[in-house]
Design a protein around this ligand. Sequence first.
Ligand SMILES: N=C(N)NCCCC[C@H](N)C(=O)O
Ligand SMILES: O=C(O)CCC(=O)C(=O)O
Ligand SMILES: [Fe+2]
Length: 330
Amino acid sequence: MATDFSSIPIINISALLAKSDDPKMGEDPCVLEVVRQLDKACTEAGFFYVKGHGIPETLLGAVKDITRRFFELPYEEKAQIKMTPATGFRGYQMIGENITKGVPDMHEAIDCYREVTKGMYGDLGKQMEGCNQWPQNPQKFKGLMEEYVSLCTELARKIMRGIALALGGSPDEFEGQRAGDPFWVMRLIGYPGVSTVNGTNVQKNDIGCGPHTDYGLLTLLNQADGINALQVRNKSGDWISAPPVPGSFVCNIGDMLKIYSNGLYESTLHRVINNSPKYRVSVVFFYETNFDTAVEPLDTWKTRANGTKKFERAVYGEHLISKVLTNFVE
Ligand SMILES: N=C(N)NCCCC[C@H](N)C(=O)O
Ligand SMILES: O=C(O)CCC(=O)C(=O)O
Ligand SMILES: [Fe+2]
């Protein structure tokens, strides 16, 4: 339920992380203060920055650097890991290939998904079966990204324990059947800089990524420093900037958490407009529910207080596949 927010709050989550595996975390005043801030941010904006997250700043920088170096390679080399339906939609896509609401996006990307083995989710998972395509060059790409995915998974799980408390539930609300075996998505994205001639943009469009919501539970965005490009839409329809805050993640709520929270938390619309002359890189980690989970509003006092259940059940895997298929239509 977005409001007319005009900026995005910064939350230091170190107290939450320190206690996030303590069964009594919900009684700790420092944890409860973080939970209060999470609840406010999720209710008002669906977006917040996190600091005190414990992932080394050197690693945040290293994954962006190596991504940039990959995109600097010639097309022929990038095309060796081309994304196709046969690779379970994993791999490289060039500028203009990804489509948001029918409009080509001005970005190139590598899409990665948690591995889906043959038959793992029956017919539901068939189209997503496959393992990631990692480039040979730059060296050590796979190892670095796998380390990053594992740290982001753990971090997102802990933030979700805080969000579970914020929704009036137990910290374990998103463990087990819901998200105890979480699916994940990672997009390594490069947005070309805009070249200008006599102050006029020479490109057809500067939409790095058109307005969309994210699909799952919680997104952790690690964006390039020094370039202001991400924008978030508030209730009045104004686009509010989410400029880079060095060392932080930008977090936002996905469509599944909107359903779990019975609409208390919004999966807020956002877009990327790169007007800068600089090439911009972002590494985006999406923490999702179990692939085959049917999602419906939680039965906590807080979600009940928001009225009768406002959403039908949605199966995360079906939602993901419907999005993936429309992301690449001609
Ligand atoms: N896995 C996620 N959330 N990816 C977000 C990509 C947003 C753009 C995409 N073309 C779309 O229309 O959704
Ligand atoms: O690059 C960004 O800042 C945001 C990308 C994004 O919203 C997405 O990939 O879902
Ligand atoms: Fe997004």
